[in-house]
Design a protein around this ligand. Structure first.
Ligand code: T4K
Length: 406
């Protein structure tokens, strides 16, 4: 629900007007599939008294995911962060691993958590994924792997990274947290590198409340990952490997199965929303919508805008402040980059010098709400707000700056 269109700066909520939206429009508001199906699965779980530890729903979800992705093995996990940690350890990576800083902090933490140095590498500013030329420059005799991130669901330059990994004898794996339902050369993401890790967190377009999955075509690696996900148990009272607790619960798997049945609807809504944004943002100077490759399968789950203010125009942060006042909870993912957050800023102070594209892109990013909770009318109103804010840019900038300093 939203209120009437605004036509002057005075009407903006940041200056005391009523917010344009009565309820908050979140980036990452969960999608919900068929509630009745989910509740029926939960009833079954309750009746069965089998709540976790490789239950019926987890097994069914793993089978359906493997078929959907076209990979030999899928191991459901409690979240992607633990999934990354397990896959990294199972390969095993050690020493130094090359990774982008343009990612959610979990990618870097999954390495540093196990005393592996994340060597932050710059991105291609056009695609926001690892620049293979820069990757190769960072290889040392301590490097054991490359951890690419298919950020926004846009696939890495997989072929070039694969070639580098082969030539240097490195492990290649992917953080595919954003890339469920996306493809590379027509093949689903999930089957590349040694392993790929998906996130099914509530904020992802496909969710299992919390959750994730590790996909790999390598049967021996999958066996090891399965052991590691369940404390190393090979059977009752028989521990054969170091492990942790990475298991997905039955209720999460039931939600995953529910989301899987609604996948076409979720993707179509995201695609429609993306196109609506594209049409409206094209008329607003300085707003560049990140483009997906429409020749590939795509989940369209992030509406990523690179905003370059006109001279005298409002800054990205001022726009975010003004949008939040209107109940549009736009985000600045992944500003300021992992390298500028602790402990990395202190541990690796020299990393920033080699990340000019990461810093420049991160300073421009504005992520806008999408998903089944966002309608075409919401997008129109939101873009009308942006047009007003940018159109009256110098005045908005001055009033916001004056308000802060006053
Ligand atoms: N690798 C990459 C590249 C990732 O992006 C992520 C996670 C991971 C690895 C690790 O995956 P997991 O271990 O989480 O499976 C959020 C998510 O928590 C995180 O999963 C996600 N990426 C990241 C991009 O976004 P925050 O700190 O921004 O979350 P938060 O609490 O601010 O929520 C985001 C927005 O969603 C808020 O505006 C509120 C809204 N929201 C959130 C929840 C949880 C809802 O409307 N409903 C909800 O239930 O990290």
């Amino acid at each position: 629900m939203s209120t009437a269109t605004k036509s002057s700066l005075d009407a903006l909520a940041v200056f005391g007007g009523a917010p344009a939206f009565e309820r908050k429009l979140h980036v990452g508001q969960p999608n919900l599939g068929d509630r009745a199906y989910f509740l029926q699965r939960v009833e079954r779980i309750l009746d069965s008294r089998w709540f976790t530890n490789n239950g019926e729903c987890v097994q069914e979800l793993e089978r359906e995911l493997a078929a959907f992705l076209g990979v030999r093995n899928v191991i459901a996990v409690c979240n992607a962060t633990i999934g990354l940690e397990i896959a990294i350890r199972a390969l095993p990576m050690s020493g130094e691993v090359i990774v982008p800083a343009m990612t959610f902090i979990a990618t870097a933490h999954a390495l540093q958590w196990q005393q592996i140095t994340p060597v932050f590498c710059d991105i291609d500013p056009a695609t926001h994924v690892l620049d293979p030329v820069e990757v190769e420059k960072l290889i040392t005799d301590r490097t054991t792997g490359i951890l690419g991130v298919h950020v926004w669901g846009r696939e890495c330059n997989i072929d070039a990274l694969d070639d580098i990994a082969r030539r240097h004898g490195l492990h290649l794996m992917f953080d595919a947290a954003h890339a469920f339902g996306c493809s590379h050369r027509g093949r689903m993401i999930g089957g590349f590198g040694r392993a790929e890790v998906f996130s099914f967190h509530a904020t992802k377009f496909f969710n299992s409340f919390e959750g994730g999955a590790i996909a790999t075509d390598d049967d021996a690696l999958a066996k090891k990952i399965r052991l590691m996900t369940n404390f190393g148990f090979a059977g009752y009272d028989n521990v054969v490997h170091i492990g942790t607790n990475g298991k997905m619960s039955e209720v999460s798997a039931a939600m995953g199965l529910t989301s899987l049945r609604a996948l076409p609807e979720f993707v179509e809504t995201n695609r429609r929303n993306h196109h609506a944004y594209r049409e409206r943002l094209a008329c607003i100077p300085g707003m560049q919508l990140f483009a997906y490759d429409e020749a590939e399968r795509c989940n369209w789950q992030y509406v990523v805008v690179e905003y370059t203010p006109a001279p005298g125009g409002p800054s990205r942060d001022q726009l975010v402040e003004a949008l939040w006042a209107e109940n549009v909870m736009a985000r600045k993912y992944f500003w300021p980059g992992c390298h500028r957050m602790e402990p990395y800023r202190t541990l690796y102070p020299r990393a920033a010098a080699r990340l000019p594209h990461t810093d420049a892109v991160a300073a421009r990013l504005l992520i806008l709400p999408t998903g089944t909770g966002v309608s075409g009318e919401d997008i129109q109103r939101l873009c009308d707000l942006l047009a007003l804010m940018v159109g009256q840019g110098p005045a908005l900038r001055e009033r916001l700056a004056g308000r802060t300093s006053g």
